[in-house]
Design a protein around this ligand. Structure first.
Ligand SMILES: *Cc1c(COP(=O)(O)O)cnc(C)c1O
Length: 351
């Protein structure tokens, strides 16, 4: 078991922190006359504060993930979980983190808003990681953030390289698995038993189809999860969101059905893009989007926009020059994508 030295990692000011104690912390029973939280007593289903510890949601989630409830933190989106990690471990103006590029833009925004240094190590030309380069950049860093499947490239990172990083790095290795349910490789969650320095972020926003309710998941060793609970806003996930997330988990077959459809549509779009003469590269994908390269992404992007078809232009992202990212939609939406793209192909041929 690879241990973590929390005492060395945590922000010194948090060591003696007394967390906020809410009314729902001080009395946790469900029966009674509740006159302790200054709520309006008239029942409209949401007049009471939500469970600050998200107990029911964790109870449903834990067996599905194969972890203990105490290894889970629920955030207002995984963006909040990531923010909590910065606030728990990184001293503003002093500490730094390391991540990869190209990857999810929020890592930089979170580092900047928390006044934490950030070094972005370039992925290889197959968009994979080089553990040596990352470890070298991470000397003295508090966290390494990796994303697999990676956004916007779509591929899984090499798990042997991730393992090397986990074995060597003294700080926390955060693995963002927002797209893991679309991947042919399983989550690295099982490694939590082996590595205390591993922290995994997942989300209800992508495969689970609940982007609107803002529920994210953090999975880690008990000490780290406890620390994050100490600093999180007490009622960070509202009661409606908790309810909807639980319902969705109870109807997991529905998610599975949708995943089958999305993956089928993904194969169809990959095939279409591969035979499209205007497409230079279709990058391998393990996610619900496809990154592809054309000769002029801006022109293509504008052409699509003029026809009410919105994809993501990634041309200004490091390593993604002239790349567009298309999310897998419904069959009808994807048909429309193909239809508009075909009209562009035909116009180009006439030119
Ligand atoms: C979409 C996405 C998330 C999800 O963020 P939420 O706040 O949970 O909606 C996290 N990481 C990556 C890489 C993403 O693309």
């Amino acid at each position: 078991m690879r241990k973590i030295n929390l005492d060395q990692l945590v922000r010194p000011n948090l060591k003696g922190l007394t967390p906020y104690s809410s009314a729902r912390d001080e009395f946790t029973g469900v029966e009674g006359v509740f006159l302790d939280a200054n709520e309006n007593p008239y029942d409209n289903e949401v007049n009471r504060y939500p469970d600050p510890h998200h107990r029911s949601l964790k109870k449903t989630l834990a067996p599905m993930k194969g972890v203990k409830e105490e290894q889970i933190i629920i955030g207002n989106g995984s963006d909040e979980v990531l923010d909590l990690l910065f606030r728990a471990f990184c001293v503003p103006g002093k500490d730094k983190i390391v991540t990869i590029k190209p990857s999810y833009g929020m890592y930089r925004v979170l580092a900047n808003t928390n006044d934490v240094g950030i070094e972005e190590v370039a992925l290889t030309n197959t968009f994979d990681i080089d553990s040596k380069a990352i470890l070298k950049a991470a000397e003295g860093a508090k966290m390494i953030i990796l994303c697999s499947p990676n956004n916007p490239t779509g591929n899984n990172l090499n798990r042997n390289e991730i393992k090397l990083i986990l074995e060597e790095f003294e700080g926390l290795v955060v693995l963002d698995e927002a797209y893991i349910d679309f991947s042919s490789s399983p989550s690295l969650m099982n490694w939590l038993t082996e590595f205390e320095n591993l922290f995994i972020c997942q989300t209800f926003s992508k495969a689970f189809g609940l982007a609107g309710i803002r529920v994210g998941i953090g999975l880690g060793c008990i000490q780290v999860i406890e620390l994050l609970h100490k600093i999180k806003p007490p009622y960070n996930v509202n009661s409606l969101s908790q309810e909807v997330a639980i319902k969705r988990l109870e109807n997991i077959w529905q998610v599975e059905q949708e995943l089958i459809q999305i993956k089928m549509e993904r194969s169809r779009l990959v095939e279409y893009l591969n035979q499209n003469k205007l497409v230079q590269i279709v990058y391998p994908t393990e996610s619900n989007f496809i990154l592809f390269k054309v000769d002029n992404a801006n022109t293509f992007y504008t052409y699509f926009i003029e026809r009410n078809l919105i994809v993501r232009n990634r041309t200004n992202v490091f390593g993604c020059q002239n790349c567009l990212r298309v999310t897998i939609g419904t069959q009808e939406e994807n048909n429309r994508f193909i239809e508009v793209f075909e009209s562009l192909v035909n116009e180009q041929i006439i030119k």
